[in-house]
Design a protein around this ligand. Structure first.
Ligand code: FMN
Length: 169
């Protein structure tokens, strides 16, 4: 069976260790591409139909409102099926100890029975924050393996960390 890397990531203005910086490719996307290259997995990016703002402060407000409302933002597209995949690497930024709400939109669209999910998150200090349990609750029947937390500002130099995590699978 094939492997799939599914991830959510945001380009635009972000906050790195005390500084705002505009990036063309988000931190989780950088990690996701490395995992796909190392595992030979297919790659799918979860994208909202109406993306959050480029501007960091506006994005914070939008994401906070969605989290408080437990919103399920509509996605630009979904794969027809995950039937061909048994190992799924699920990547997301830590948003206040949780997944971005659009990741739940994705997770709730599929039957996870018999699949293994390998969570990886990028963050600025909070690590995984127990998101593995949240994923397990949203994905009934899946085995959720030990996750990997990457500091967002290290996304350009995390290959060693990713390799060690993959080797331990
Ligand atoms: C809306 C929002 C909320 C965030 N909340 C947290 C948080 O609670 N803890 C944390 O460590 N980082 C937090 N961050 C930082 C992101 O998790 C971090 O920058 C991540 O690497 C962004 O990934 P991306 O570039 O793939 O979108 C937050 C960022 C945003 C935009």
């Amino acid at each position: 069976m094939a492997k799939l890397v599914v991830f959510y990531s945001r380009a635009g203005e972000n906050y790195f260790g005390g500084q705002y910086r505009r990036v063309a490719v988000g931190n989780t996307e950088k990690a996701a591409k490395q995992i796909a290259a190392l595992t030979g997995a297919d790659l799918f990016k979860i994208q909202q139909k109406v993306p959050y703002a480029e501007d960091y402060e506006t994005c914070i407000q939008q994401a906070k409102a969605d989290q408080q409302a437990k919103a399920r933002p509509e996605l630009a597209e979904l794969p027809d099926s995950l039937d061909g995949y048994d190992e799924i690497y699920l990547g997301y930024p830590n948003y206040w100890g949780d997944l971005p709400m659009a990741v739940y939109t994705f997770l709730e669209a599929f039957d996870w029975t018999g699949k293994t999910i390998h969570p990886f998150c990028t963050h600025e200090g909070s690590g995984l924050s127990g998101t593995g349990q949240k994923i397990a609750r949203a994905c009934k029947g899946a085995r959720v393996a030990e996750g990997l937390a990457i500091r967002g500002s290290d996304a350009d130099r995390c290959e060693g960390q990713i390799n060690r995590w993959l080797m331990a699978r």
